[in-house]
Design a protein around this ligand. Structure first.
Ligand SMILES: C[S@@+](CC[C@H](N)C(=O)[O-])C[C@H]1O[C@@H](n2cnc3c(N)ncnc32)[C@H](O)[C@@H]1O
Length: 294
Protein backbone atom coordinates (compact mmCIF):
# COMPACT_ATOMS: atom_id res chain seq x y z
CA UNK A 1 0.00 0.00 0.00
CA UNK A 2 1.52 3.33 -0.96
CA UNK A 3 0.99 6.78 0.57
CA UNK A 4 -0.35 7.55 4.02
CA UNK A 5 -2.56 4.82 5.52
CA UNK A 6 -5.99 6.35 6.33
CA UNK A 7 -5.74 5.48 10.03
CA UNK A 8 -2.08 6.44 10.58
CA UNK A 9 -1.55 8.49 13.73
CA UNK A 10 -5.25 8.30 14.58
CA UNK A 11 -6.20 7.45 18.13
CA UNK A 12 -7.24 3.80 18.42
CA UNK A 13 -10.69 4.66 19.80
CA UNK A 14 -11.29 7.15 16.98
CA UNK A 15 -10.26 4.61 14.34
CA UNK A 16 -12.58 2.07 15.95
CA UNK A 17 -15.56 4.43 15.74
CA UNK A 18 -14.75 5.49 12.16
CA UNK A 19 -14.43 1.91 10.97
CA UNK A 20 -17.60 0.80 12.78
CA UNK A 21 -19.52 3.57 11.00
CA UNK A 22 -18.05 2.44 7.64
CA UNK A 23 -19.02 -1.19 8.30
CA UNK A 24 -22.55 -0.15 9.38
CA UNK A 25 -22.95 1.96 6.25
CA UNK A 26 -21.96 -1.14 4.25
CA UNK A 27 -24.72 -3.13 6.07
CA UNK A 28 -22.27 -5.44 7.81
CA UNK A 29 -24.48 -7.07 10.44
CA UNK A 30 -22.04 -7.46 13.34
CA UNK A 31 -20.17 -4.23 12.52
CA UNK A 32 -19.04 -3.42 16.06
CA UNK A 33 -17.86 -6.95 16.89
CA UNK A 34 -16.13 -7.36 13.51
CA UNK A 35 -14.20 -4.11 14.01
CA UNK A 36 -13.07 -5.11 17.48
CA UNK A 37 -11.85 -8.52 16.28
CA UNK A 38 -10.05 -7.03 13.27
CA UNK A 39 -8.45 -4.30 15.38
CA UNK A 40 -7.24 -6.81 17.96
CA UNK A 41 -5.67 -8.89 15.15
CA UNK A 42 -4.16 -5.87 13.37
CA UNK A 43 -2.66 -4.51 16.59
CA UNK A 44 -1.74 -7.84 18.20
CA UNK A 45 -3.85 -7.06 21.26
CA UNK A 46 -6.60 -8.85 23.15
CA UNK A 47 -9.86 -7.05 23.91
CA UNK A 48 -8.72 -5.64 27.25
CA UNK A 49 -5.47 -4.46 25.61
CA UNK A 50 -7.48 -2.73 22.89
CA UNK A 51 -9.61 -0.93 25.48
CA UNK A 52 -6.54 0.02 27.55
CA UNK A 53 -4.81 1.43 24.44
CA UNK A 54 -7.80 3.52 23.31
CA UNK A 55 -6.01 6.85 23.60
CA UNK A 56 -2.76 5.89 21.83
CA UNK A 57 -2.09 6.65 18.17
CA UNK A 58 -1.79 3.91 15.51
CA UNK A 59 1.67 3.26 14.10
CA UNK A 60 2.25 3.11 10.36
CA UNK A 61 2.39 -0.69 10.34
CA UNK A 62 -0.78 -0.99 12.44
CA UNK A 63 -2.64 1.49 10.26
CA UNK A 64 -1.59 -0.35 7.08
CA UNK A 65 -2.70 -3.70 8.48
CA UNK A 66 -6.01 -2.30 9.70
CA UNK A 67 -6.70 -0.69 6.33
CA UNK A 68 -5.95 -3.98 4.54
CA UNK A 69 -8.27 -5.90 6.89
CA UNK A 70 -11.01 -3.28 6.47
CA UNK A 71 -10.85 -3.49 2.67
CA UNK A 72 -11.05 -7.27 2.79
CA UNK A 73 -14.04 -7.23 5.16
CA UNK A 74 -15.83 -4.59 3.08
CA UNK A 75 -15.38 -6.78 0.01
CA UNK A 76 -17.23 -9.64 1.75
CA UNK A 77 -14.43 -11.72 3.27
CA UNK A 78 -15.50 -13.16 6.66
CA UNK A 79 -13.62 -11.95 9.74
CA UNK A 80 -12.53 -15.52 10.58
CA UNK A 81 -10.82 -15.83 7.18
CA UNK A 82 -9.05 -12.50 7.60
CA UNK A 83 -7.67 -13.30 11.05
CA UNK A 84 -7.19 -17.00 10.16
CA UNK A 85 -8.86 -18.23 13.31
CA UNK A 86 -12.30 -19.04 14.72
CA UNK A 87 -13.47 -20.11 18.15
CA UNK A 88 -15.51 -23.34 18.33
CA UNK A 89 -16.76 -24.86 21.58
CA UNK A 90 -14.61 -22.24 23.32
CA UNK A 91 -11.45 -23.52 21.60
CA UNK A 92 -9.39 -21.31 19.26
CA UNK A 93 -9.01 -23.09 15.89
CA UNK A 94 -6.67 -22.06 13.07
CA UNK A 95 -8.15 -22.04 9.56
CA UNK A 96 -6.72 -22.50 6.09
CA UNK A 97 -8.14 -22.08 2.59
CA UNK A 98 -9.06 -25.79 2.67
CA UNK A 99 -11.07 -25.68 5.92
CA UNK A 100 -14.64 -24.62 6.49
CA UNK A 101 -15.09 -21.87 9.08
CA UNK A 102 -16.68 -23.91 11.91
CA UNK A 103 -20.25 -22.78 12.60
CA UNK A 104 -22.01 -22.35 15.96
CA UNK A 105 -24.79 -24.69 14.66
CA UNK A 106 -22.27 -27.52 14.63
CA UNK A 107 -21.96 -27.26 18.42
CA UNK A 108 -25.38 -29.01 18.42
CA UNK A 109 -23.58 -32.11 17.05
CA UNK A 110 -21.05 -31.92 19.89
CA UNK A 111 -23.86 -31.55 22.44
CA UNK A 112 -25.81 -34.54 21.09
CA UNK A 113 -22.65 -36.65 20.85
CA UNK A 114 -21.82 -35.90 24.50
CA UNK A 115 -25.39 -36.67 25.61
CA UNK A 116 -25.24 -39.94 23.68
CA UNK A 117 -21.99 -41.16 25.21
CA UNK A 118 -22.62 -39.73 28.69
CA UNK A 119 -22.45 -43.17 30.40
CA UNK A 120 -18.98 -43.68 28.82
CA UNK A 121 -17.57 -40.23 29.59
CA UNK A 122 -14.83 -41.69 31.75
CA UNK A 123 -13.96 -44.57 29.42
CA UNK A 124 -11.42 -44.86 26.61
CA UNK A 125 -14.01 -44.07 23.93
CA UNK A 126 -12.82 -44.29 20.31
CA UNK A 127 -14.20 -41.44 18.20
CA UNK A 128 -14.20 -41.09 14.41
CA UNK A 129 -14.87 -37.70 12.77
CA UNK A 130 -15.59 -38.03 9.06
CA UNK A 131 -14.76 -34.86 7.11
CA UNK A 132 -13.03 -33.26 10.08
CA UNK A 133 -11.95 -29.99 8.34
CA UNK A 134 -10.27 -27.84 11.00
CA UNK A 135 -10.83 -30.68 13.48
CA UNK A 136 -13.65 -28.75 15.14
CA UNK A 137 -15.97 -31.56 16.27
CA UNK A 138 -13.25 -34.08 17.06
CA UNK A 139 -11.15 -31.65 19.08
CA UNK A 140 -14.19 -30.39 21.02
CA UNK A 141 -15.03 -33.99 21.95
CA UNK A 142 -11.44 -34.89 22.88
CA UNK A 143 -11.33 -31.73 25.00
CA UNK A 144 -14.48 -32.86 26.86
CA UNK A 145 -13.75 -36.60 27.17
CA UNK A 146 -10.34 -36.90 28.75
CA UNK A 147 -9.95 -40.65 28.14
CA UNK A 148 -11.08 -40.59 24.49
CA UNK A 149 -8.96 -41.22 21.38
CA UNK A 150 -10.01 -39.95 17.98
CA UNK A 151 -9.37 -40.20 14.26
CA UNK A 152 -10.32 -37.42 11.87
CA UNK A 153 -10.60 -38.12 8.14
CA UNK A 154 -10.77 -35.69 5.26
CA UNK A 155 -10.37 -35.75 1.49
CA UNK A 156 -8.14 -32.67 1.78
CA UNK A 157 -4.54 -33.16 3.00
CA UNK A 158 -4.33 -29.40 3.56
CA UNK A 159 -7.37 -29.43 5.85
CA UNK A 160 -5.81 -32.27 7.83
CA UNK A 161 -2.55 -30.33 8.23
CA UNK A 162 -4.61 -27.57 9.83
CA UNK A 163 -6.54 -30.04 12.01
CA UNK A 164 -3.27 -31.60 13.18
CA UNK A 165 -1.84 -28.17 14.01
CA UNK A 166 -4.99 -27.34 15.98
CA UNK A 167 -4.73 -30.63 17.86
CA UNK A 168 -1.10 -29.87 18.69
CA UNK A 169 -1.81 -26.32 19.86
CA UNK A 170 -4.63 -27.56 22.10
CA UNK A 171 -2.42 -30.29 23.59
CA UNK A 172 -4.69 -33.00 22.11
CA UNK A 173 -2.30 -34.49 19.53
CA UNK A 174 -1.33 -37.47 21.74
CA UNK A 175 -4.98 -38.61 21.53
CA UNK A 176 -5.67 -37.70 17.88
CA UNK A 177 -4.78 -39.12 14.47
CA UNK A 178 -5.63 -37.83 11.01
CA UNK A 179 -6.11 -39.83 7.82
CA UNK A 180 -6.63 -38.68 4.23
CA UNK A 181 -9.39 -40.80 2.68
CA UNK A 182 -12.80 -40.83 1.07
CA UNK A 183 -15.14 -40.43 4.07
CA UNK A 184 -14.36 -43.47 6.30
CA UNK A 185 -12.87 -45.74 3.61
CA UNK A 186 -9.45 -46.11 5.31
CA UNK A 187 -10.80 -46.82 8.81
CA UNK A 188 -10.81 -50.39 10.04
CA UNK A 189 -11.14 -50.37 13.82
CA UNK A 190 -14.37 -50.21 15.81
CA UNK A 191 -15.62 -46.89 17.17
CA UNK A 192 -17.95 -46.20 20.07
CA UNK A 193 -18.82 -42.84 18.50
CA UNK A 194 -18.70 -41.58 14.92
CA UNK A 195 -19.54 -37.96 14.14
CA UNK A 196 -19.73 -36.04 10.89
CA UNK A 197 -20.66 -32.68 9.49
CA UNK A 198 -20.30 -33.55 5.80
CA UNK A 199 -20.86 -31.31 2.77
CA UNK A 200 -24.67 -31.04 2.47
CA UNK A 201 -25.60 -28.10 0.24
CA UNK A 202 -27.43 -29.14 -2.93
CA UNK A 203 -25.20 -28.28 -5.91
CA UNK A 204 -27.88 -26.05 -7.44
CA UNK A 205 -28.16 -23.96 -4.23
CA UNK A 206 -24.48 -23.06 -4.01
CA UNK A 207 -24.67 -20.10 -6.40
CA UNK A 208 -27.34 -18.52 -4.17
CA UNK A 209 -25.35 -18.74 -0.92
CA UNK A 210 -24.12 -15.57 0.84
CA UNK A 211 -20.84 -14.32 -0.63
CA UNK A 212 -19.11 -14.96 2.74
CA UNK A 213 -19.81 -18.69 2.27
CA UNK A 214 -19.86 -19.15 -1.51
CA UNK A 215 -16.66 -17.24 -2.22
CA UNK A 216 -14.65 -18.14 0.87
CA UNK A 217 -15.55 -21.64 2.12
CA UNK A 218 -14.00 -24.47 0.06
CA UNK A 219 -16.40 -26.06 -2.42
CA UNK A 220 -15.45 -29.54 -1.16
CA UNK A 221 -16.84 -28.56 2.24
CA UNK A 222 -20.18 -27.44 0.80
CA UNK A 223 -21.21 -29.47 -2.24
CA UNK A 224 -23.45 -32.37 -1.29
CA UNK A 225 -24.51 -33.31 -4.83
CA UNK A 226 -27.84 -32.91 -6.62
CA UNK A 227 -30.06 -33.22 -3.50
CA UNK A 228 -27.37 -32.45 -0.89
CA UNK A 229 -27.45 -36.01 0.48
CA UNK A 230 -24.59 -37.69 -1.45
CA UNK A 231 -22.20 -37.63 1.51
CA UNK A 232 -24.76 -39.26 3.83
CA UNK A 233 -25.41 -42.02 1.28
CA UNK A 234 -21.68 -42.75 1.25
CA UNK A 235 -20.76 -42.39 4.91
CA UNK A 236 -23.78 -43.79 6.80
CA UNK A 237 -23.30 -47.41 5.60
CA UNK A 238 -19.53 -47.06 6.19
CA UNK A 239 -20.11 -45.75 9.72
CA UNK A 240 -22.74 -48.38 10.51
CA UNK A 241 -20.21 -51.09 9.65
CA UNK A 242 -17.47 -49.46 11.77
CA UNK A 243 -19.49 -48.84 14.94
CA UNK A 244 -18.95 -51.09 17.93
CA UNK A 245 -22.16 -52.76 19.23
CA UNK A 246 -24.12 -50.07 21.09
CA UNK A 247 -22.04 -47.35 19.39
CA UNK A 248 -23.57 -44.13 18.05
CA UNK A 249 -23.44 -42.15 14.83
CA UNK A 250 -24.19 -38.43 15.16
CA UNK A 251 -24.33 -36.25 12.05
CA UNK A 252 -25.19 -32.67 11.24
CA UNK A 253 -28.20 -32.10 8.98
CA UNK A 254 -29.00 -29.19 6.70
CA UNK A 255 -32.45 -27.61 6.50
CA UNK A 256 -35.15 -30.29 5.84
CA UNK A 257 -32.56 -33.09 5.77
CA UNK A 258 -33.17 -34.71 9.18
CA UNK A 259 -35.88 -37.09 7.93
CA UNK A 260 -34.06 -38.37 4.82
CA UNK A 261 -30.93 -38.85 6.94
CA UNK A 262 -32.91 -40.81 9.53
CA UNK A 263 -34.25 -42.99 6.69
CA UNK A 264 -30.68 -43.64 5.48
CA UNK A 265 -29.64 -44.56 9.04
CA UNK A 266 -32.56 -46.98 9.39
CA UNK A 267 -31.74 -48.54 6.00
CA UNK A 268 -28.18 -49.10 7.25
CA UNK A 269 -29.55 -51.03 10.25
CA UNK A 270 -29.13 -48.31 12.89
CA UNK A 271 -31.74 -47.64 15.57
CA UNK A 272 -32.72 -44.04 14.87
CA UNK A 273 -33.17 -41.78 17.86
CA UNK A 274 -36.10 -39.37 17.57
CA UNK A 275 -36.41 -36.45 17.55
CA UNK A 276 -33.38 -34.82 15.95
CA UNK A 277 -31.73 -32.23 18.23
CA UNK A 278 -32.57 -28.68 17.23
CA UNK A 279 -30.12 -25.79 17.03
CA UNK A 280 -30.70 -22.37 18.64
CA UNK A 281 -32.88 -21.35 15.68
CA UNK A 282 -35.12 -24.41 16.19
CA UNK A 283 -33.84 -26.23 13.07
CA UNK A 284 -33.44 -30.03 13.48
CA UNK A 285 -29.65 -30.03 13.24
CA UNK A 286 -28.13 -33.15 14.80
CA UNK A 287 -29.36 -36.65 13.93
CA UNK A 288 -28.28 -39.82 15.68
CA UNK A 289 -28.56 -43.56 15.28
CA UNK A 290 -27.34 -46.42 17.47
CA UNK A 291 -25.86 -49.74 16.46
CA UNK A 292 -27.70 -52.61 18.15
CA UNK A 293 -25.94 -53.85 21.30
CA UNK A 294 -24.69 -57.41 20.86
C1 LIG B 1 -18.96 -29.09 6.06
S1 LIG B 1 -17.22 -29.38 6.18
C2 LIG B 1 -17.11 -29.74 7.92
C3 LIG B 1 -15.77 -29.52 8.52
C4 LIG B 1 -15.74 -29.71 10.04
N1 LIG B 1 -16.11 -31.06 10.40
C5 LIG B 1 -16.68 -28.72 10.71
O1 LIG B 1 -17.74 -29.15 11.18
O2 LIG B 1 -16.37 -27.52 10.77
C6 LIG B 1 -17.07 -30.95 5.38
C7 LIG B 1 -15.68 -31.54 5.33
O3 LIG B 1 -15.75 -32.77 4.61
C8 LIG B 1 -14.62 -32.89 3.76
N2 LIG B 1 -14.95 -33.79 2.67
C9 LIG B 1 -15.62 -33.53 1.52
N3 LIG B 1 -15.71 -34.63 0.77
C10 LIG B 1 -15.09 -35.63 1.45
C11 LIG B 1 -14.84 -37.01 1.18
N4 LIG B 1 -15.26 -37.58 0.06
N5 LIG B 1 -14.18 -37.72 2.10
C12 LIG B 1 -13.72 -37.14 3.25
N6 LIG B 1 -13.94 -35.84 3.56
C13 LIG B 1 -14.61 -35.09 2.67
C14 LIG B 1 -14.32 -31.46 3.33
O4 LIG B 1 -13.00 -31.33 2.88
C15 LIG B 1 -14.65 -30.69 4.59
O5 LIG B 1 -13.51 -30.55 5.41
Amino acid sequence: MSGRAPFMGEKIEHARRTLTARFRAAHIEAAELDVRVLMCAALGLDLSGLIASAARGLTRAEADRLQEFAIRRLSGEPVARIVGEREFWGLPLKLSAATLVPRPDTETVVELALETIRPSLHCAVRIGDIGTGSGAILLALLHEVAEAFGVGTDISPDALRTARRNAAELGLLPRAAFVVCDYAAALGEAFELIVSNPPYIATGDIAGLATEVRDHDPLAALDGGADGLDAYRALIPQAAALLAPGGALVVEAGQDQAEPIQALMAAAGLIVRHPAKTDLAGVPRAVSGLKRPR
